[in-house]
Design a protein around this ligand. Structure first.
Ligand SMILES: NC(=O)c1ccc[n+]([C@@H]2O[C@H](COP(=O)([O-])OP(=O)(O)OC[C@H]3O[C@@H](n4cnc5c(N)ncnc54)[C@H](O)[C@@H]3O)[C@@H](O)[C@H]2O)c1
Length: 442
C-alpha cells in the first residue's frame, strides 16, 4: 500500500495524529471514546439521540460509572466533539460503529441500526478511512452486510478504505477491567485492514489479539457469550435439582471452585439479563439455520434460562403457602431491577418478567432499587413504578420480599430484621436465617 490512501492513514496513526469517529455513544461507544481521549487522541462522537448530544455538550455523563469531570475537560479542550450531523462522517480518519444490535419481535437479528450507520458512512466515505464494527453480530455481517454498502460508494476496499470487526468486551461495574486493559480481538477483511485496525486500537488499548478474518472475530464474540449462557443454564438446572434434593447448591459451587484446573464457577440466578447474554445466542442460531444446522446447546440453555423466572415465582408461592397465604392479593416487594449487582442498567432484566408473572397471579408488586429510582415503560413492559423506600414499616407491611439483584447497597441484616418472609435468588442471606423467619432459596 505504498503511498496509497491507506499508507497515509497508517502514517497518521503512527504519529498519533488521527481523529477517531465513534458512532453510537452508549454503554460501549462512550467509554471507548474516553479511552482514546485519555491517550491524547481526538474523538468525534456521532449519535442519533439529540438528548445525548446535548448532555455531552453540557459536560454531563449519562452513564453512571463514567466520570463527567473527564468529559467536561475533553469537551472544553475541543479534544472531544459530539454531533448528530452525519454529513461530517468524512472528518474523522477512522469510524468505529457501536450501535445496538437487538432482536426483532420474532427474535431474529435486527441489523437496521448497523445498516443505517454504514449507509451514512458510505455517503461521505473518502479514501484513507478505516471503518470498524464493534456491535455484536453473527459471523459474516462485516463482509456480507457492511462491505457491499461501502463498495457502492465506488471506493475499493483494502486500497481506498479499510474494514474490520473488533468486538466489545465491556463489563460494566468491573473494578479490575475496563476498555483499556481488556484484550481486544480484531479481524480485518484483508491484511491491510487487520493491520490498520490493530495499529489504531493499540494507540489506546494495552493488548490486541489479531485474528485471521472478520468472521473469526465475529464468531469469537458470540462464542464467549454463548459459553456464559450455556454454563449459567447448567448451574440453574443444578440449582433446581439441588433444591429438590435438599442440597445447598452454593456450597457445591464453592467447593467445586477449589479445583485449580478445568472448572470455572458460574452462579444461578432468577434468569438471564443484560444487553448481551439473553440476545446474542439468537444471532448465531438464526445464522446457523442458513447452513441447515441446529444449535442444540444454545436452544436448551435458552429454554432453561427462560424458565427461571417461572421457577422463582413458584418458590414465592411455596414460601407464602407455608405462611398460610396465597400469592393472590399478596404484597410482594422485589429488591433489585438492575440485571446485575451495583449497576443502573435494567435492560432485559429478569426482574421485569418476575414482576409480570407475580402480577398475573394477582400479587400487588412494588420494587426497590437504589440505582434505578423509577421504571419507564419499555417496548415489552408498561411499568410506571417508583422505587419504594426500605423503612422498617415498609418492609413489615409486605407479605414477601423477593431478592432479585444483590446490590452491595442493601443492608441484608436490616432487611432480615423487618421483612416477614424472604425469597433469595442470590444467596445473599446465606447463614442469616432466624428462628422466626425463613429465607427461601430460589
Ligand atoms: N453494553 C455492553 O456491555 C456491551 C458489551 C459488549 C457488546 N455490546 C454490543 O455493543 C453494541 C452497542 O451496545 P450498547 O450497550 O453501547 O448500546 P446502547 O443502546 O447503550 O448505545 C447505542 C447508541 O447508539 C445510538 N444509535 C442508534 N442508532 C444509531 C445510528 N444509526 N447512528 C448513530 N447512533 C445510533 C443510540 O442512540 C445509543 O446512544 C451492541 O451490539 C451490543 O450488543 C454491548
Amino acid at each position: 500500500m505504498t503511498d496509497s490512501p491507506l499508507q497515509m492513514l497508517a502514517e497518521k496513526i503512527s504519529q498519533r495524529n488521527v481523529v477517531v469517529g465513534v458512532i453510537g455513544l452508549g454503554y460501549v461507544g462512550l467509554p471507548l471514546s474516553l479511552t482514546f481521549l485519555r491517550k491524547g487522541i481526538r474523538v468525534m462522537g456521532f449519535d442519533v439521540d439529540p438528548g445525548k448530544i446535548e448532555k455531552l455538550h453540557r459536560g454531563e455523563s449519562y452513564i453512571k460509572h463514567l466520570s463527567a469531570d473527564d468529559l467536561k475537560g475533553f469537551i472544553a479542550d475541543k479534544q472531544f466533539e459530539a454531533t448528530a450531523d452525519f454529513t461530517r462522517l468524512n472528518e474523522p480518519d477512522t469510524l468505529i460503529i457501536c450501535v445496538p444490535t437487538p432482536l426483532t419481535k420474532s427474535r431474529e437479528p435486527d441489523l437496521k441500526y448497523v445498516e443505517e450507520s454504514t449507509r451514512a458512512i458510505a455517503k461521505t466515505l473518502r479514501p484513507g478511512q478505516l471503518v470498524a464494527l464493534e456491535s455484536t453480530t453473527y459471523p459474516g455481517t462485516t463482509v456480507e452486510v457492511l462491505l457491499p454498502i461501502l463498495q457502492a460508494s465506488g471506493l475499493q476496499e483494502e486500497q481506498d478504505f479499510a474494514l474490520a470487526y473488533s468486538p466489545e468486551r465491556e463489563d460494566p461495574g468491573n473494578a479490575n477491567f475496563d476498555t483499556s486493559n481488556i484484550p481486544k480481538v480484531v479481524g480485518g477483511i484483508g491484511p491491510h485492514s487487520t493491520r490498520l485496525a490493530q495499529d489504531l486500537y493499540e494507540l489506546a488499548l494495552e493488548r490486541l489479539v489479531p485474528v485471521a478474518s472478520t468472521q473469526v472475530a465475529e464468531m469469537t464474540k458470540l462464542f464467549e457469550n454463548i459459553f456464559r449462557s450455556v454454563n449459567i443454564a447448567l448451574v440453574n438446572e443444578l440449582k433446581m435439582l439441588c433444591q429438590r434434593m435438599d442440597i445447598d447448591v452454593w456450597q457445591v459451587i464453592q467447593a467445586a471452585a477449589t479445583k485449580p484446573f478445568g472448572f470455572m464457577p458460574f452462579y444461578p440466578g432468577p434468569g438471564l439479563g443484560g444487553h448481551c447474554i439473553p440476545i446474542d445466542p439468537f444471532y448465531l442460531t438464526t445464522k446457523a439455520r442458513e447452513y441447515d444446522f441446529s444449535t442444540k446447546f444454545i436452544e436448551l440453555a435458552g429454554e432453561i434460562n427462560t424458565a427461571m423466572p417461572y421457577y422463582v415465582v413458584q418458590r414465592v408461592m411455596e414460601a407464602l403457602n407455608e405462611q398460610g397465604k396465597s400469592l393472590n392479593h399478596a404484597k410482594v416487594l422485589v429488591l433489585g431491577v438492575a440485571y446485575k449487582k451495583n449497576v443502573d442498567d435494567d435492560r432485559e432484566s429478569p426482574s421485569y418478567k418476575l414482576m409480570e408473572l407475580l402480577r398475573e397471579k394477582g400479587a400487588e408488586v412494588s420494587y426497590n432499587d437504589p440505582h434505578i429510582p423509577s421504571l419507564r415503560p419499555t417496548r415489552k413492559y408498561a411499568y410506571t413504578l417508583k422505587s419504594v423506600p426500605l423503612t422498617p414499616e415498609d418492609l413489615a407491611a409486605v407479605d414477601c420480599v423477593l431478592l432479585a439483584t444483590d446490590h452491595d447497597a442493601y443492608d441484608y441484616d436490616f432487611i432480615l430484621a423487618h421483612a416477614p418472609v424472604i425469597v433469595d435468588t442470590r444467596n445473599a442471606f446465606s447463614g442469616k436465617t432466624t428462628a422466626t423467619k425463613q429465607v427461601y432459596a430460589a
